[in-house]
Design a protein. Sequence first.
Length: 652
Amino acid sequence: MEPEPLPRRLAAIVSVDLVGYSALAERDEAAAAVSVATLRAELERAAAAHAGRLFSSAGDGFMLEFPSADSALEAALAVLAATSRQTPLRIGIHLGDVTVTASGDLLGHAVNIAARLREEAAKNCILASEAIHDLARGPNRTRLAPSGRIHIDKTSDSIDAFAFDPSGGMPIARGRRFRPRALAAASVSVIAIAAFAVAVWTATTMGGNRQSMMREIAAGVTQQMTSSMDGQEMIDGTFATLAALDQSSAPQERRALRLIRRGEISAAVGALEAFAVDLARQGASDSASAALARAGAIAQAEDKERALANFRQAAQMAPNSLDRYADLLRAVAGAEGYAQALSLARDTIEDRESRSDITAFAHLYTSLLAGDLSDVRQQRRAIDAAAPIIAAGGDPYLAALEKIARGYLALSELDLDAARALYLEGRAAMSLLPGHERDHQQGWLTVLSARGDFETAWNDGRGFIAERQAAGAPPSAQMMITTCIAGLEVARVAMVKPLCVEGAAGLSGTVGEPSGEVALAMLATEEGDFVAAQAHLEAARRSRWFSQLPANVFYIGWSEARLAAARGDLAAMSASIDRTLRQVRGSSAMVARAPMFVALLERVRADGALAAGAVGDACSALGRSVVAYRRVGGEEGARSAERLRHGLACTT
């Protein structure tokens, strides 16, 4: 009597293993065992939540069964979200016919294919078969990107693979470059339209009628969309995207612009994402990448995570594009923070396959971020690493950006004369490059303010803001706050109030939130509303972003001292100044900038003393401010303090 055949069924198979497990086990067996146990627990949890089960395990490898493509994908995502930061994984998924043994194990070609896909998957990504792609539904399907054909070991078969990045990107298989399937008949008209859209995307020169139309669009759209964006580059990217959509002939992009005009931002992003998917399926990967970059630029208005996902996809589909990489790096900094952006830049620098211009940009961006974090040594190392690459390549944009980075380094090192000169050179070079005419205006205002030249910072800031509003490319919230503070320093209280309020609202919920609250505290102090000023200072300290930037300690101390001076409480003012200076000098991140902070704080001390009639104390504080300003090249600040000393007939 022949044995009964084993039962068969259709199943979605998920194959998972740990990346680098063998090396970890060799270094630390206990840690490796903990990683495996943690992974197993998460797999069992995800399986239970998605109607699946774990049916096989061996060492660091696991096999799971699910009833559908979507449940398998969702479970894999849940596991990655829970473990990937501590335990990098590779995951393969296939749906096919399996045989069920008496013990509940699953056998068959489908199991082998899932395991093969896992072997080819990139770190912390999923590689799925065409069967999974065809049966997936909703947003999961749109995020499965073609990743070429993969040969199945010990057979003559090969299958089409689709990569799925949980962050929303389109990763490639491990060791592979993205290769879309060949089309039997490509649509020349669609590709031509997409190529036109790419050309428009990179063009920024527009005639008078087009400028007028962009101002019209900006009046109803751009300001609304960018009011919550916290970076000028982010805003400028949205402006350029609106210009590209306005000039595009592609029906999908015209529809996206109509949706934006109606305020349906999410729907517009979805339309652009769908357009990119269609282009990718036709093999037009560069055009698809550009469409995804536009989707990311628009998504920033509502959903930074979605924007980041699109920028990841765009960069992965066009791995040799400096523009796409720059978009991604900036989006990571905005959505995930400086640490993640620095990590991405470091990975790029260490990747020997990275193009030289992309590597150079990664170095320069590292330098700019390190400057924000007051890490002067890292700033210099990054610029020195970029310099020979830029010199050899001759890219005018990177050469201009190197000037800006060196200017920021000079600012960090308190060589303010050099900082001013380098920013002038860098911005002049940028002005000759289409699309970069207004780059790094914010940095220039920061240099002017550091020099104590608040009058020029106020006038230039207002000029930049007016120029941007006329062009339909609004100023960033940070630019408004910097101009606001400069205006307060030169007693333009009534004029700066709208800038202070709008700028602070734009920075809410971003890394710049504390500086927005400080500006509002300074405004309230000048208006005599001391209760409100104190409340804004407390809000700045409570902000979850307070510890992100070391200089926040100084800015809060500066504003707090101004508040005490306005109240006439000289003891509290001096205590605040002295405490802030101790914190600055005791901080490895801020000690290099101490002379600049001394110059500003001693000027506050002088103003407070003068308001209380203590002319001698005011003269002494002004003298210390002059010395500090001249030590760092802040001649404008020194001259301002000297004029006041002369008016007071100071002798000390």
